[in-house]
Design a binder for this molecule. Structure first.
Ligand code: ADP
Ligand code: MG
Length: 257
């Protein structure tokens, strides 16, 4: 484990329903760094995000997750959130009956440094909505209900900017977005980085979203294992060649066992 890491995932093996999905995974992210996690469908990328966030569906069989100096492996999801971890969902949930503004208000309640009066909260949320090209009428609508894919992702970015976590995992925040919505998401990422120098772990297929970000490290996951790590130069290479060679290699290694 690297001691100066903000997030350190060490030898993590995790399963669901007795089926092992992540095998001995390591990941170290320092404060202010941007990491990218890539890999084919079904590789285990979303599982990785959910296990780091403490989704109780998954069982950690081995290994540890350390965040901001504390072992969080056994911590509940809400405590991890309060410690400064954030996960945006690949498929954001809909909650009928809960207006978006009430939901946002609840997410910051009881958080040191984030609590604000009603008037200030409304001003802040309006400001962030404008930054994301989001119609403020959405704030009064039920969370996610009838929102397009792009609108749901804007809501995730709004939460990110409001909460200013120390580390945000963005799970395919860019998937299914048109060009305008994509630019909103990348603007959101920039605004997050600029406002609090937070760390990012971006799970993506779409390398366009990464174009104007400074990426510190790229991790490739295949079959629940990190099979390759490199600097940002790996991104154009994957753009050109895809994941086939990694998948072939991983299959070869599996054959030998
Ligand atoms: N809650 C779950 N129940 C059953 N299987 C799951 C669950 N979550 C993930 N898996 C399985 O784990 C594997 C990895 O899935 P996932 O993490 O979603 O991959 P990725 O995000 O890389 O596409 C897949 O085979 C998937 O079906
Ligand atoms: Mg996924």
């Amino acid at each position: 484990m690297s001691t100066d890491a903000l997030l350190s995932v060490a030898n993590l093996t995790a399963s669901v329903d007795e089926k092992t999905i992540l095998h001995n995974v390591n990941l170290n992210v320092r404060a202010g760094e941007t990491h990218v996690l890539m890999g084919p469908n079904g590789a285990g990328k979303s599982t990785m995000g959910h296990v780091i966030m403490g989704d109780p569906v998954y069982t950690v069989n081995e290994g540890t997750i350390t965040f901001d100096g504390a072992d969080i492996t056994e911590l509940s999801c809400d405590k991890r959130s309060r410690a400064g971890l954030f996960l945006s969902f690949q498929a954001p949930v809909e909650i009928p009956g809960v207006p978006l503004s009430s939901f946002l208000r609840a997410t910051i309640a009881g958080r040191p440094g984030l609590e604000m009066k009603g008037k200030e909260f409304r001003r802040r949320v309006k400001e962030l909505a404008a930054q994301l090209d989001m119609d403020t009428a959405y704030l009064n609508r039920e969370l996610g209900v009838g929102f397009s894919g792009g609108e749901k992702k804007k809501v995730e970015m709004l939460q990110l900017l409001l909460l200013q976590p120390k580390l945000a995992i963005l799970d395919e925040t860019d998937s299914g977005l048109d060009v305008d919505a994509l630019s909103v998401v990348s603007r959101g990422m920039d605004a997050y980085r600029a406002s609090c120098d937070g760390s990012l772990v971006i799970i993506t297929h779409n390398t366009r979203i990464l174009e104007h970000l400074t990426v510190d490290r790229v991790h490739v996951m295949v079959g629940g294992r990190i099979v390759r790590e490199d600097d940002a130069s790996l991104i154009p290479w994957i753009d050109e060649h895809g994941f086939e060679s990694f998948e072939r290699e991983a299959a070869g290694t599996a054959d030998e066992r």
